[in-house]
Ligand binder design. Structure first.
Ligand code: MRU
Length: 347
């Protein structure tokens, strides 16, 4: 295993799909075994596995599990039976387009050819997983090449190994920049309310010996004002055809602040995150999760009894605030519709 590749959030085994339970990190490192598509859908909904590419990969394996059991039940009618499994996976979370991308790719294998379908579905899920890791390494190189000197970098949420097949998108760039001697210090937003930054990003960086400090989300603008960072580097859950970027709530505020302070804003995402069917970010469905996530912390109420909360978990950063988009197919400066069409045409 290569350096910086030790975290494996998703593992395919004979028993089923093994997911590192991200709700329990960093205190506990336990794997949960999903044996059916509906268990995978629950794991996605409940954030056992999270992060756009990781959600897509898990869903692909969920389809492989469904094919395995439906074909065993009835080799004649497995194709009809699987529709219910696909529905359950489709409705697990709404924002990350990688989920729908992976399900579409798996559904394309549904052709009747008289052969046992199980091996081809398993191989396709494994290919989706392997391709994601390779894309992350490529984006790591491309993104690190844009950083010209040892710099301070701010990241938000967790776009690391845990959010992907491995290595990470934004954290992939950070890992590659560190390896190239271009990183002075990472600042990780704690990322209220689910604390992906505190619980997951800080854990990943600490494990890899990358210098990192956690900051409260509200400290980010002050950090920029004091000239402590050159780049904000984030991942994405869905990028519209015009380059608008949906990502973890708080990303938009960082982009506005970055532009105000002359700090670069870099989005790192594989092309499986691009949704060319959606004209602009206005059309991206934004998930709203339970208000309990805001009102409580680890089961303890942190707000007045009877208090209410609104919990949108993603926001949309307009393309005009994005300095550069890094994908495995190449780098797009000041992304817009024409440039993204050209990128996708590269194949
Ligand atoms: O709610 P989450 O934890 O699934 O949100 C994850 C993010 O917003 C990530 O930044 C995004 O999925 C990119 S992950 C490479």
């Amino acid at each position: 295993m290569e350096k910086y590749d030790s975290i494996q959030p998703i593992r395919w085994s004979r028993k089923g799909l093994l997911l590192l339970d991200q709700r329990r990190l960093p205190a506990h490192r336990v794997e949960l075994c999903c044996r059916s598509a509906s268990e995978v859908a629950d794991a996605i909904r409940d954030m056992v596995v999270r992060g756009a590419p990781a959600i897509g990969i898990a869903a692909a394996y969920g389809v492989a599990l469904a094919v395995r059991s439906r074909y065993q039940e009835n080799p004649e009618s497995w194709r009809e039976a699987i529709a219910a499994d696909l529905d359950i996976l489709t409705t697990s979370r709404p924002t990350a387009v990688n989920l729908f991308w992976a399900l579409k790719r798996m559904a394309a294998l549904m052709v009747p050819d008289g052969e046992d379908p199980v091996p081809r579905f398993e191989s396709e899920a494994i290919a989706i997983h392997d391709e994601d890791i390779a894309a992350n390494h490529r984006m790591g190189e491309l993104g690190a090449a844009l950083i010209s000197e040892p710099s301070g970098i701010l990241t938000h949420c967790n776009a690391g190994a845990l959010a992907t097949g491995g290595y990470g998108t934004a954290l992939g760039v950070i890992r590659s920049a560190f390896a190239a001697g271009k990183l002075r210090q990472v600042y990780a937003d704690e990322t209220r309310p689910w604390l992906q930054g505190a619980r997951l990003t800080a854990w990943e960086l600490e494990k890899d010996g990358i210098p990192a400090q956690l900051i409260a989300d509200g400290a980010a603008a002050y950090l920029m004002q004091r000239g402590m960072i050159r780049w904000v580097v984030v991942g994405s859950d869905r990028i519209a055809a015009n380059g608008d970027v949906a990502n973890k709530i708080g990303t938009y505020g960082l982009a506005v602040n970055a532009r105000h302070h002359g700090v670069g804003f870099m989005v790192v995402a594989p092309t499986s995150t691009l949704d060319m069917s959606i004209a602009s970010g206005l059309d991206i469905p934004i998930e709203e999760r339970s208000s309990e996530e805001v009102l409580n912390f680890q089961g303890i109420s942190i707000a007045p009894q009877g208090g209410t909360a609104w919990n949108p978990v993603f926001d949309v950063t307009p393309a005009a605030l994005v300095d550069v988009l890094v994908t495995e197919r190449g780098v797009v400066k000041q992304p817009n519709r024409e440039k993204l069409i050209a990128l996708m045409a590269k194949g």
